[in-house]
Design a protein around this ligand. Structure first.
Ligand SMILES: [Zn+2]
Length: 155
């Protein structure tokens, strides 16, 4: 993953744009983009409410999208940018898609499986290991979630 900090922030801003789409559907605002050779090849947002699909997390939608555009299940040489630390399911999916690099914005202390509860992407017992970077636009990625939950409590 040879992107500059500015490039990483620009891709994370695209992931935040996806999170805004989830917000428009009144659902947990998490967004994701998958990048190959500096181009976005997959985009996704949490769409559990919109599509009424339990597994339609941002990362899953982005992986599906990238699989279609690449015409391949393998997403080698790709970097996945997601606003919030992936859950157990999405960490598994990242491994299955052979994505080698993951960048996430803010931690998820309750559901995170890339450092918080578990450390699936860097577990030495698994043969697919991923290079992980955290903290890119962390405050923006956390703020959109905090606003969402604060507003929901008010309702
Ligand atoms: Zn997930």
């Amino acid at each position: 993953m040879n992107y500059t900090v500015e490039e990483k922030e620009a891709f994370m801003r695209e992931a935040l744009r996806e999170a805004e789409i989830a917000l428009e559907h009144d659902e947990i605002p998490i967004g994701c983009v998958i990048v190959k050779d500096g181009e976005i090849i997959g985009r996704g947002h949490n769409a559990r409410e919109e599509l009424q699909r339990a597994v339609m997390h941002a990362e899953i939608m982005a992986i599906e999208n990238a699989n279609v555009s690449e015409e391949s299940w393998r997403l080698l040489d790709c970097t996945l940018f997601v606003t919030i630390e992936p859950c157990v399911m999405c960490s598994g999916a990242i491994g299955l898609a052979r994505i080698p690099n993951v960048v996430y914005g803010a931690k998820n202390q309750k559901f995170g499986a890339v450092g918080s509860l578990y450390d699936i992407l860097t577990d030495e017992r698994l043969n697919h290991r991923v290079e992980v970077e955290t903290g890119i636009l962390e405050d923006d990625c956390a703020a959109i979630m905090q606003d969402f939950f604060r507003n929901r409590r008010k309702k």
